[in-house]
Design a protein around this ligand. Structure first.
Ligand code: FMN
Length: 317
C-alpha cells in the first residue's frame, strides 16, 4: 500500500492491456517490428513470445531472395542504418521451417510480405494463404522498390492501393506498412484503407546514408539504407498523429524508435492502437518485453485501467 501511494497507484487497479487492431484482438499492444527479430522464433531465447501482443516476422518474397551485399547494418547517432535488402528464404521454406516454431511458442504471428511488382505481391499473398489461421494478420510491406514505376510503392497512393487489392488472396486481415517520407501520408493511408487494408502500420525506416571517410564511399553495400531507432521516433509519432487525425476510426500500428514504455505511451497517445519495437532489440534482445512491462507500470502509476483508452489521447476531442 505504501508503494502504491508512493507511485500514485490506485489500490489494486485492474489493468486491461488488450487492444483491437482492426479485426484482430491482441492481449496487449506491444509487438516486434518486421526484420528486427528474425524469421522465426529466434527471439524466444530471450523473451516469452506468447506474452507479446504479436510477433511480426521479416518480410518475405514468395521466392528465396539473397538480399544486399555487406556491409548491411551500421550504427548512427541515436539509432542505426540498414540495407539488409529483404533477404529471406521465400514463403514455402518459411511455412515449413519457421512458422511451426512460432506456433509452438504460442506466438500470435503476423507475417510480412513484399514484392517488386504487383504480381510478386500477389504471389507472396497466395503462398502465405497456406498458413491459414496460424497467422493472425499479413503485413504488406509497401516500402519496396517498384520495378514497374519509379520510387517505392508506398510513395504512390495508386500503386499502394493496387498492391493491397492484389493481396486479398492471403485470406487474412492485411496491415499496409507505409513510409513517412511522402508529401501527403493521409492520402496514401486513405487509398490503402479503401482498397481493403484492415490496418495501417506507420512507418518504415527513413532513407539515409553514411560515408566511410577512408574509402570515400558509402559504407553500406546497398549504398543508401534505412535509418531507424530513437532518431526517427518523432517522425513516426507525427506520421501516426496525422493518420489518426485524418481517420479517427482506422486501425493504426505505430512503429519507429520505440525503446521504452514512455515511447510506447507517446505512440498510443498520437493515435496508435498498438506499437512495434525494432531497433531497440539489437541493443538489448529483451527490449520488446521491457517496453511491455514499462507500459504496464506506466498505466498502473497513472490510473489507466484500459490501455486502449490512451489511443489518440493527444488529439483535441
Ligand atoms: C535491420 C532492419 C531490418 C528491417 N527489415 C524490415 C523488413 O524486412 N520489413 C519491414 O517492413 N521493415 C523492416 N525494417 C523496418 C522496421 O520494421 C521498422 O519499421 C523501422 O526500423 C522503425 O522502427 P524502429 O525504429 O523501432 O526500428 C527493418 C529495420 C531494421 C533496423
Amino acid at each position: 500500500m505504501v508503494v502504491a501511494m508512493r507511485w500514485g497507484r490506485r489500490p489494486d487497479p485492474d489493468l486491461d492491456l488488450s487492444v483491437q487492431v482492426g479485426s484482430v484482438r491482441l492481449p496487449n499492444p506491444v509487438m516486434t517490428a518486421s526484420g528486427t527479430a528474425g524469421h522465426g522464433a529466434e527471439l524466444g531465447a530471450y523473451v516469452d513470445l506468447s506474452r507479446l501482443g504479436a510477433v511480426v516476422v521479416k518480410s518475405l518474397l514468395a521466392d528465396p531472395w539473397p538480399g544486399n551485399p555487406p556491409l548491411r547494418v551500421h550504427h548512427t547517432p541515436a539509432g542505426m542504418i540498414n540495407s539488409v535488402g529483404l533477404q529471406g528464404p521465400g514463403v514455402a521454406a518459411w511455412l515449413a521451417d519457421d512458422l511451426p516454431g512460432l506456433v509452438a511458442a504460442g506466438a500470435r504471428v503476423v507475417v510480412s510480405i513484399w514484392g517488386r511488382t504487383v504480381e510478386e505481391y500477389r504471389a507472396a499473398a497466395e503462398a502465405v494463404a497456406e498458413a491459414g489461421d496460424q497467422v493472425v494478420a499479413v503485413e504488406v510491406n509497401l516500402s519496396c522498390p517498384n520495378l514497374s514505376g519509379h520510387g517505392i510503392f508506398a510513395q504512390s497512393a495508386t500503386a499502394s492501393a493496387e498492391v493491397i487489392a492484389a493481396t486479398a488472396a492471403c485470406g487474412r486481415p492485411r496491415w499496409a506498412k507505409l513510409t513517412a517520407l511522402v508529401t501527403d501520408l493521409p492520402e496514401v493511408a486513405g487509398a490503402v484503407l479503401d482498397a481493403g487494408a484492415d490496418a495501417i502500420t506507420v512507418a518504415n525506416t527513413v532513407p539515409g546514408m553514411v560515408i566511410d571517410l577512408e574509402s570515400r564511399r558509402p559504407i553500406l553495400g546497398g549504398r543508401p539504407g534505412g535509418v531507424s531507432g530513437p532518431a526517427v521516433h518523432p517522425i513516426a509519432v507525427k506520421a501516426v498523429y496525422d493518420c489518426r487525425a485524418a481517420y479517427p476510426d482506422a486501425a493504426i500500428v505505430g512503429v519507429g524508435g520505440v525503446s521504452t514504455g514512455s515511447d510506447a505511451v507517446e505512440m498510443l497517445m498520437a493515435g496508435a492502437d498498438a506499437v512495434q519495437v525494432g531497433t531497440a532489440t539489437f541493443a538489448a534482445p529483451r527490449s520488446v518485453a521491457t517496453v511491455l512491462s514499462q507500459l504496464d507500470r506506466w498505466c498502473r502509476s497513472h490510473g489507466v485501467t484500459r490501455v486502449a483508452d490512451l489511443t489518440g489521447a493527444a488529439h483535441d476531442r
